[in-house]
Design a protein around this ligand. Sequence first.
Ligand code: MRU
Length: 357
Amino acid sequence: MSEPARSQPDQHDTIRAVAYAAGVLRLLDQRELPFKETFIECRNAQDVTVAIRDLVVRGAPAIGIAAAWGVVLQAGLLESAGEAINSASLDNAINGLNAARPTAVNLAWALARMRAALARAGARDDALALLAHEAQAIQDEDLAANRHMGELGANLMSQGSGVMTHCNTGSLATAGYGTALGVIRAGYTSGKIAQVYAGETRPWLQGARLTMWELVRDRIPAKLIADSAAAHLMKSGAVQWVIVGADRIAANGDTANKIGTYQLAIAARRHGAKFMVVAPWSTVDMATQKGDDIHIELRDPAELLGVAGKRTVVDGADAWNPVFDVTPAELIDYIVTERGVIEKPDSARMQQLAAHG
Ligand code: MRU
């Protein structure tokens, strides 16, 4: 029997979740996927802050990009009102965006870039254009980084591998193509990857609702598994690689990512699967020394007490809902960034790549 036609690279990556044009930021509402493809329109920084907080847009690079455009929207409103565009007039808006979510460092990183652009713009007449140029650069650089990391990550693998991934790290979570999902896209195209397993990613179901949507669109062979099936799957020998993204990588290589990632790394080590973290350098936080220093976001217990908004737990029950965890560097085989690959990350190797910046 002949194999189904393998999808081609240009058939991949057709989704753009964050798009700015003429004073409006359109965000694909990820709360509604996979059943409805609706966009919400943001017209000021507060709209973007709420969209980030409520997970309309999510994924570390995507929230940084959206926040950068949030600064542009706010600057546009100042200009229309005949007011000055400067650090003081945008301070509240930028602080609000920065506080929308705490763990993914890409948010603070993108806003620091926008603050620096603002400082460069000074009192220039074209300050708004300069800010828009910076936001566009942040977005374009992310897409380019993802494409590069896709190749670097896929090059580490042997033909026909089985891969487990977690959360959503694809076009929805980035400027496009994805981080871990970018490696999966590149790896599938080159024959390195034969089968993908995606964990559901309770409680918000990024794996079930978003990653499966992207993989099915790209015709990449993928099976959804319950998060609790991961160790059992790895024990069967079906998984040679666990490939995940990151929300913040500390200076020693410890990596914060979606809750459940740490237990996948433990299971991978136990069963001989390699563990790869894929993230642009904007996710690396050399100012945070180790994973224990990373602020882990706690979200509303209600997210855990139901599924898709329908309550599944007895009234009166409480829940604990940390949405990220930290995988210690010693459980990570490779960190793939657009600057290069770090094997067996530690402080010295992280520092070496940081110096290349
Ligand atoms: O809570 P989320 O959906 O924003 O969490 C996203 C993740 O944990 C991703 O794995 C991470 O941001 C990397 S996305 C390229």
